[in-house]
Design a protein around this ligand. Sequence first.
Ligand SMILES: [Zn+2]
Length: 436
Amino acid sequence: MHDITRALGDKVSEQEIERELSSYLNVYRVSLDTAKRSIVKKHGGNPATLAVGVSKTLRELVPGEQSVNLLVRIVSVNEKDVTVEGETKRILYGILGDPTTTIPFTAWEPLPMTLAKGDIVRVQNAYSKEYRGQVQVNFGFRTVVAKEAADALPEYKPGTGAPYLGKPTPVRVVDLREGASNVQVTARILSVERREVEVDGTPKAVFSGILADETGKTQFSAWKDFGLADGEVIRIDGAYVKSWRGIPQISFDERATITRLKPDLLPPLDVLSASPRMWIEDLAERGGAADVTVRGILIDLREGSGLVYRCPECRRVLRKGVCRLHGEVKGEPDLRVKAVLDDGSGALTAVFDRELTEALLDKTLDACIEAARDAMSTDVVRDELADVLVAQPIEVRGDVTSDDYGLMMIVASAKMLKVDVQTEAREMLEGLEGSA
Ligand SMILES: [Zn+2]
């Protein structure tokens, strides 16, 4: 009753509201919630202001919350099109964080503002569900989202969270996603080393390296000395996933338990160390991956490919002899390629450094500088690269990161795939004749 009056701002008398409420409840036989919302809507109010949801921290959320209020930071946000009941709609999804933890979210209805990473938002009337053993926050048509000042919420610091509740969820390396917490991973330690880092001004030891299962490899950071050793097979219960430039990485601290397993439970070190081949579509869905192999066709060279000049101070590529930061400087020559690689499922930007570019061109940097001098333009180098690379099948291996511009692979090694069209055509013809 009072919440209806409040939502309508005294526009309608209490008697009128009472009469309408009674008819909705007794004549139309709708729920109290629907009745209230209908009345507010009918008189031009905003039903969302009826919100009487409970305020919670993300850590306190359980699956099945109907109406919950949150004050959170947008840790990441993306768009995608989904088909719901035969209709295509655009939804937002990503990660919410508060000082207690991070949790995935989905916004099923358009929001009146754009959300960006780092925004602090107050959310009213959200609901929660369980998805793959994890709590997820959903924004529906009743949910109200409003931006708050940047200092309204302190940042989430991993490793300082409250203990996990419930059993950890088993996850394969390939399925690790940013924001997941309390996961269980069974993997072989490929390498581990101790490093000193500073956390809030205090030196801290972190044990980091690479671990792998049959599905892939990932960087890990252990914030406690578990005595991890190269080659051993372990089960980690209670890890969480953060991402660096889109690549999911696993972290664990004193909340985790480590169980040593039989060494033959997983393939040997050299097999797990291999770089798994992945489709670009899957990399895009994942956000990135460490040390993967992609096969595709180089379809275009991006601007800034070929012979470039870099600022001696910051290594940025100069434009017409000018660094964006340091002004006019004497540039240092370098070679690089930024190419669009398409594998049929999607595309990424593959970045080749000087060494790889020299190998692909079969030409040294000095030879390129000379060629550019003769032609009085650096375009000749770019043109030659385009001749060698564009429309060619190639296999590249490296780390794939992602940002607002899409996926990018820093290529560590590459090989052109020789598809001999004539040989293939002849073999096909012979095959046909043979069967005739
Ligand atoms: Zn500079």
